[in-house]
Design a protein around this ligand. Structure first.
Ligand SMILES: [Zn+2]
Length: 245
């Protein structure tokens, strides 16, 4: 399984780097995981967008879904080229208006999931955990059936007990790490310390800090997370990074 980081900021793009968007590849299957601001621009640098097999949205906040509309236009204007038509966009069904917007002509089609759903997408098996966030959002656990490797993405969430068992044994844990430990409450994202503690509690083999803040010194964020993660190797998301899991 290969993870390409297309954008990693929370909230808004900054200095040429977009918000949450990740390309997950296994064999010739390509899944775009979240489609935030700048996702399509970054994707075009890596692979032709018509080569996607699916898109997964963890929730409908703009920093995770802003580029869905332009991706739909792209598919409309490249009707003869697509690998998959209509392109399935997997989204939760707790927000009917946003879910309905995933279907666009014959070009993209919304496919609903809930906390009980298991999605089988090519060689990938996806399961979900609803997180604690101001809007319904879902963490996702992706198991590559050909190798047994596991990638877990917390999506946006505050810390809560069910996260660690959901992320148990992940080969790579992507954690929403939007705050330094000293950030005042209320917290709707993990602090760096909480991300590190989660990785250690889950027995993750590696921790990737994602959903990064623009206004915080990232080396300090990394140091706090690594201190809490103990022996779990911890790194910052970077658009220069391709991770083989
Ligand atoms: Zn977000």
């Amino acid at each position: 399984m290969k993870l390409t980081i297309l954008g990693y900021y929370g909230g808004y793009p900054d200095h040429g780097v977009g918000t949450s968007a990740y390309l997950v590849e296994s064999g010739d299957y390509r899944l775009l995981m979240d489609c935030g601001s700048g996702a399509l621009l970054a994707l075009e640098q890596v692979c032709p967008p018509e080569q996607l097999d699916g898109v997964l949205l963890t929730h409908y906040h703009h920093d995770h879904a802003a580029d869905v509309g332009v991706l739909q236009y792209y598919y409309q204007l490249h009707q003869d080229d697509q690998k998959t038509l209509p392109l399935p966009i997997y989204g939760h069904t707790k927000d009917p208006l946003n879910f309905a917007a995933l279907t666009f002509g014959g070009f993209t089609r919304g496919v609903g999931y809930t906390a009980d759903t298991t999605l089988h997408l090519g060689p990938l098996e996806l399961t979900f955990l609803e997180t604690e966030h101001p809007v319904p959002a879902f963490a996702v656990r992706i198991r590559e059936t050909t190798t047994g490797k596991v990638l877990v993405n917390t999506s946006d969430t505050r810390a809560f007990p069910a996260l660690a068992p959901f992320a148990q044994g992940a080969d790579l844990l992507m954690a929403d790490t939007n705050f330094l430990a000293a950030h005042p409450a209320p917290l709707w994202h993990l602090t760096a310390t909480q991300a590190g503690e989660l990785a250690q509690a889950a027995g993750a083999k590696a921790l990737l800090l994602t959903h990064l803040p623009q206004q915080v010194a990232l080396p300090k964020l990394l140091a706090e997370a690594q201190a809490a993660a103990g022996a779990v190797p911890t790194s910052l998301a970077s658009t220069k990074k391709v991770i083989h899991i």
